[in-house]
Design a protein around this ligand. Structure first.
Ligand SMILES: C=CC1=C(C)c2cc3[nH]c(cc4nc(cc5[nH]c(cc1n2)c(C)c5CCC(=O)O)C(CCC(=O)O)=C4C)c(C)c3C=C
Ligand SMILES: [Fe+2]
Length: 417
């Protein structure tokens, strides 16, 4: 070790002692996974545990998300070996190590290095790698059970229905498998996906990817609420890592029809374009009415401060109606109007250049973890009346079952076989 910071290469020497417990930043396994873990660069988040990391983990600053399809020639054995290889590499990278012992520079000059090297000298940066399985892994579009696992498909793992205003594009949608990599350094997240894609060569290939540069939610009360690209605080009413009973009720799919999903959850991903230039011409008062919260503090328009519960029956003389308008986002998304449905949101901002008119291609990569996809479906249907729809477009969509935590010596998805 070279002082308080732990570099990728110096981390190698520590592994025997630290194991998977993640002592690099001085945090124990429980503290690092839990609600109040600070987002430091030298933090190691334990890869193994009851649940996969990257769900309740305090949201890191950067995301690189990849959806994969198995190649047309791959069968059951290739899927099994891929998941085992991904698990081994992910366990190492989350500890701040190269993907193998030989790594980027230790394998001699006569073969391509095992690790691509761009994360050499970077620390673990709270890297989490979270795996999920799409409906097409269990049964493809032609109804074929390519991997002999059709009877392991959770009955709720089906493609999402169409919603009002959907403008979905295939190039941002679907996938047999997904990997969510989150870290406090973008290069660490990109390195993880790049190396896992490389390991998949011949067995699975990237279908689409998404880079997220700034978190738009928080899962920890120790984190400040971030802002989305419309300038509003996002994540105020989220489920936090410390909300044990809410996690049990709304996130962990412990009662599904598939035992391998115990400790797991469902992940809904939506790529949502935000019409920034149109939004920026909207009066502040109207922006706040559309969201249902004030822009400065994030307090509900019914009064109070950021974490005050919204009161939907408060009347505003100025508005001449409910203080939180009937067609506002917060009213329509609130559990009170969706049979109690809640979700753990973990989305990221994206900006991807501009169109020919100079308008930004920007938006929210919405990620939500739910016990049942129906929770998302109910809320998204309710949002059909949302005035926010004038300023957003859903252009990508995918759903994945996220297996429970990976135990010592085990590989992700071993319960499928
Ligand atoms: C179907 C689920 C949701 C989509 C899609 C969605 C898109 C979306 N949201 C914002 C901005 C905000 N959302 C806020 C709250 C909020 N949003 C959802 C669900 C979806 N949002 C829920 C369940 C909630 C919480 C409702 C509650 O319990 O009060 C807020 C307020 C702050 C907060 O609580 O996070 C903002 C702001 C945008 C811009 C957007 C699409 C681009
Ligand atoms: Fe929202």
């Amino acid at each position: 070790m070279t002082g308080p910071r732990l570099s990728r290469r110096s981390a190698l020497g520590l592994i025997g002692a630290a194991g998977a417990a993640g002592v690099a930043g001085g945090f124990t396994a429980g503290a690092a996974r839990g609600d109040d873990a600070p987002s430091t660069t030298d933090l190691v988040v334990p890869f193994r545990g009851k649940h996969q990391a990257g769900i309740t983990t305090a949201v890191q600053q950067h995301l690189y998300f990849a959806s994969f399809d198995m190649t047309s020639t791959a069968g059951r054995e290739e899927l099994k070996s891929l998941l085992a290889d991904w698990t081994a590499a992910a366990a190492r990278m989350t500890r701040g190590q190269d993907v193998t012992d030989e790594g980027a520079v230790g394998g001699g000059p006569y073969k391509p290095p095992d690790d691509t090297g761009e994360a050499l000298d970077l620390q673990a940066n709270a890297l989490t790698i979270t795996f999920g399985f799409g409906p097409t892994l269990f049964e493809d579009a032609d109804g074929r059970d390519r991997f002999g696992i059709a009877d392991r498909r959770p009955k709720e793992l089906v493609e999402l229905p169409s919603f009002a205003f959907d403008l979905l594009e295939d190039r941002f949608s679907g996938g047999d498998l997904c990997i969510q990599a989150c870290a406090n350094d973008p290069q660490v997240a990109v390195h993880a996906i790049r190396n896992l894609s490389r390991i998949a060569f011949g067995r699975a290939q990237v279908r689409w990817t998404q880079l997220g540069y700034g978190r738009t939610s928080t899962t920890s009360k120790a984190q400040a609420t971030p802002r989305n690209l419309f300038g509003f605080k996002d994540g105020t009413a989220n489920i936090f890592g410390s909300d044990g009973s809410d996690l049990a009720t709304s996130v962990w799919a412990d009662d599904s029809d598939q035992p391998w999903l115990d400790g797991g959850t469902f992940l809904v991903a939506r790529k949502i374009q935000m019409l920034i230039e149109s939004w920026d011409r909207v009066r502040l008062e109207e922006q706040e009415a559309i969201i249902g919260r004030d822009k400065g503090e994030g307090a509900p328009l019914s009064g109070g401060t950021e974490f005050t519960e919204p009161k939907f029956d408060v009347f505003s003389t100025k508005a001449g109606g409910p203080a939180i308008p009937m067609d506002s986002h917060v009213r329509l998304a609130h559990p009170d109007h969706n049979g109690g449905a809640r979700m753990l949101r973990r989305g990221y901002n994206f900006v991807e250049g501009n169109n020919d008119l100079g308008q930004l291609n920007a938006g929210l990569f919405f990620l939500a973890f739910v016990r049942s996809p129906q929770q998302f479906i109910d809320v998204q249907r309710s949002l059909a009346k949302d005035t926010l729809n004038e300023y957003i477009r859903h252009i990508g969509s995918a759903i994945f079952a996220v297996p429970g935590g990976i135990r010592a010596g085990d590989s992700v998805g071993s319960g499928l076989f």
